[in-house]
Design a protein around this ligand. Sequence first.
Ligand SMILES: NC(=O)c1ccc[n+]([C@@H]2O[C@H](COP(=O)([O-])OP(=O)(O)OC[C@H]3O[C@@H](n4cnc5c(N)ncnc54)[C@H](O)[C@@H]3O)[C@@H](O)[C@H]2O)c1
Length: 370
Amino acid sequence: MIIGVPKEIKNNENRVGATPAGVNELVRNGHTVYVQATAGEGSGFADEEYANAGATILPTIAEVYAIAEMIVKVKEPIESEYSLIKDNQLLFTYFHFASHEPLTKAMIERNAVCLAYETVERPDRSLPLLVPMSEVAGRMSIQEGAKYLEKPLKGRGILLGGVPGVRPAQVLILGGGVVGTNAAKMAAGMGADVTILDTNLARLRYLDDVLPANVTTQMSNGYVIRELVKTHDLIIGAVLIPGAKAPNLITRDMLKTMKPGTVLVDVAVDQGGCIETCKPTTHENPTFIIDDVVHYCVANMPGAVPFTSTQALTNATLPYVVQVANKGWKEACANSEELKKGLNVVNGKVVYKGVAEAFGLEYTDVNTVL
Ligand SMILES: NC(=O)c1ccc[n+]([C@@H]2O[C@H](COP(=O)([O-])OP(=O)(O)OC[C@H]3O[C@@H](n4cnc5c(N)ncnc54)[C@H](O)[C@@H]3O)[C@@H](O)[C@H]2O)c1
């Protein structure tokens, strides 16, 4: 198959759809890979490395789209890319269609085949191509939180791990899933005093087994949260209710009960946030302050660490990309329930129920297009 890797052109997106190692794997499987010049620059990969791995470098995005049967990228195509998409071209990337009607309609109109990373789903309902970004965001939440606890950045001026003779910071994590567990590991490793809350008792049992002794697990409920926010220095929002807006676990009135300089990092901001006062922010301007409480609510946290994020993402996507390239999308999806769930829009038809429902579009059973 002929595979194209364009440079991401969405604002501040420095990740890339394939690493030189990924390109090499595709080439070894007998495929031809075209990479746009400087596509990997933001993630630390030079054109020369792609060329050495077996790719052909093309100077423009138009040439990559024109030659490729499958486009492998990171973010959804933006408006200026729509006209580059060819009839029947396969795109494998994050789409997040349900929150983007113009994109959905454009892909229908272009007669594209859209495989979305975010809806590839394992039989246990886990989302293997979302997990790596949650791992990055969870770990990063502590790094960012520790930074904003510094006095010049308007935090309490407390060192996360303390020092001998001085108590460490207290970190509260709401949600013990992928983000929360990764946050807990980092905070515990830095020596903080960590409490992690979840509503799932089986999950709390697991976390209690695997996390170090400076992490305490507690059942999540409104009463407990209201008490704990009064004493904690850094609070991480990491809850998810699949398919729904995040619940507001920290309400506006609770801010007044927190210590001045407390830092809130609402990682769940991309699902509406679990802290009432959180509104999405950007890497250029990540924080704002309400009632002396610092709010960090960046919706695309992994974008700040593209070197790590690109490799984490492509480690997860590559086996699927190879399957699709080897078999073609129809056979690959027909043989894999996981990949089949990734199909969202196929040749003008919406084959993912949630997307059709979001915009009142006609839904077509995915099996009829295979
Ligand atoms: N901002 C970013 O850049 C970024 C990056 C990656 C993920 N995220 C977001 O982070 C959030 C968490 O993702 P995840 O992968 O960890 O999800 P996950 O499904 O692995 O974990 C969510 C956890 O929240 C728990 N939960 C649900 N309701 C709760 C409640 N009331 N109190 C406490 N816990 C509760 C669940 O039991 C589950 O263990 C999602 O909204 C995801 O989209 C954001």
